[in-house]
Design a protein around this ligand. Structure first.
Ligand SMILES: Cc1cc2nc3c(=O)[nH]c(=O)nc-3n(C[C@H](O)[C@H](O)[C@H](O)COP(=O)(O)OP(=O)(O)OC[C@H]3O[C@@H](n4cnc5c(N)ncnc54)[C@H](O)[C@@H]3O)c2cc1C
Length: 424
């Protein structure tokens, strides 16, 4: 049986970043993905500017630039059909220049990333679905599954990194997923051509029954993502159930700002959909296993930072894994340093995401926040800086900042207080 230092499950941004990081540290790494690349993915496709230095360090940024992606200046937000407010990322403290965010189709990005992993010397097994773990002394010590010919395979390793995304095998095997009660969200996406966007921003339109993110991904392609409560779907219209594509177009065009932007364009591919509910993850119960990327928890895509979190979590995991190899200790206790560091770094972002979620689905509060942002550029750019992962979350996850944001909306509102609860 083939044996490796580390096996990575999943060839998305988290898995590729993990494999490259460990390969550079000199480890013998294998990566398995059930898909054949290129494969597509429902995603807003804009990457926080905070990801640029990580992509550069991994040696993939220059190759990504050859895809001629779009570079976005920030976000333009509209609340319930109010005029869009354009918010730029704040200037960098070091250079004084305003950073931009990459916007590039996942179909291209993920395939390119995986190619780089393979060229670096990682053994890549495409169309290899991991269905279970191998154990040694109660700790994970490899994986097994099926390849594209339905032939069984098994690989040994000292450590496994699960970067399998929101449906990662670890989440099912160890029942780790914690889903909040409430309406399931569903996301629809498709690329369009011929769309004339007013400027280089990601256009976020919040209105009933959900929100959209519209941004150019370069090469006359625009990505149009719609996120709604599942309950908004499935109504009978004229005696027949509305098809997802009809629903997507009807809801997009119902908002006058969106229809203005999209009216000259046309959709150039089928509408894809995915369940899009945020979830948290319980700690892994055994040694030999670490979770990175969406497998370690998913925040609502409104703030569009899943790719950054995937890259950054892999960076942190790389340091912890390296320390574990040095001490030959892959126990749960040794690897739990990673959980603590991740919580320390991302906890504030998760709180902010919950607060923003609460706000966007409450029209009066959402309008009030937009008013605060439009009258206070520093406030607006600070928020964009945190969402763009160029400023630490602690800059905004404070009573002072948030109260400024919602001016009084906080007072006496128990639901909002719950959203702010840092201990959850
Ligand atoms: C509607 C929506 C919009 C979004 N918009 C943005 C955005 O604009 N910006 C942003 O940064 N993020 C966005 N995100 C989040 C982003 O898509 C994810 O955070 C990101 O893809 C996570 O990367 P990952 O590598 O963890 O997982 P994935 O990209 O999901 O990759 C997981 C890989 O694992 C493989 N895999 C899974 N299970 C197995 C198995 N058992 N065996 C073998 N292979 C397996 C899969 O085939 C897949 O290739 C959005 C998400 C949604 C739903």
């Amino acid at each position: 049986m083939n044996s490796f230092d580390v096996i990575v499950i999943g060839g998305g941004p988290a898995g590729c970043a993990m494999a490259l990081d460990l390969n550079r540290r000199g480890y013998n790494v294998a990566l398995c993905d059930q898909a054949k690349f290129p494969r597509d993915k429902v995603c807003g496709e804009f990457i926080s500017p905070g990801a640029d230095p990580i992509l550069k360090q991994l040696g993939v940024l220059d190759s990504i630039e050859t895809l001629t992606p779009k570079r976005l200046k920030g976000v333009a937000i509209s609340s319930y059909e109010s005029e869009e407010l354009e918010i730029d990322y704040p200037p960098s403290i070091n250079t004084g220049l305003r950073p931009t965010s990459l916007s590039v189709p996942r179909y291209q990005l993920d395939a390119l990333f995986l190619q780089q992993v393979q060229s670096a010397g990682v053994e890549v097994f495409e169309q290899h679905k991991v269905t279970d773990f191998l154990f040694d002394n109660g700790g994970v010590a490899g994986v097994q599954g099926w390849d594209e010919n339905k032939t069984a395979f098994a690989l040994n390793s000292k450590l496994v990194v699960d970067a399998g995304g929101r449906n990662a095998i670890s989440l099912r095997k160890f029942s780790l997923k914690q889903e909040p009660k409430g309406n399931t969200k569903i996301a629809f996406s498709a690329h369009w051509q011929g769309v004339r966007l007013p400027d280089d921003y990601c256009y976020m339109h919040v209105s009933r029954p959900g929100y959209t993110g519209i941004s150019s991904v370069g090469n006359d392609r625009t990505n149009v993502v719609l996120v709604v409560d599942r309950s908004a779907l499935g109504g009978e219209r004229d005696g027949s159930v509305e098809k997802p594509e009809e629903f997507y177009h009807r809801v997009l065009m119902k908002n006058s700002l969106r229809s203005n932007i999209l009216q000259g364009g046309e959709r150039v591919e089928p509408v894809r959909s995915v369940e899009s509910l945020a979830f948290a993850v319980r700690p892994v119960p055994c040694g030999g296993l670490i979770l990175v990327g969406d497998a370690m928890g998913f925040i609502d895509p409104f703030t569009g930072e899943g790719i950054y979190l995937s890259l950054r979590s892999s960076q942190i995991a790389g340091e912890v894994i390296h320390a574990s190899f040095q001490s030959s200790n892959f126990s749960r206790n040794s690897l739990s340093v990673y959980d603590a560091r991740r919580e320390d770094e991302f906890g504030g972002k998760f709180v902010l995401s919950r607060v923003l979620q609460w706000l966007i689905y409450n029209q009066p509060f959402c309008n009030r926040v937009m008013k605060s942002l439009s009258s206070n550029q520093v406030l607006a750019e600070t928020l964009a800086g945190v969402i763009g992962d160029i400023l630490p979350a602690k800059n905004v996850v404070s009573m002072k900042f948030l109260t400024q944001l919602v001016v009084g909306a906080f007072k006496g509102n128990s639901d909002l207080k719950k959203a702010f609860d840092l201990t959850r």
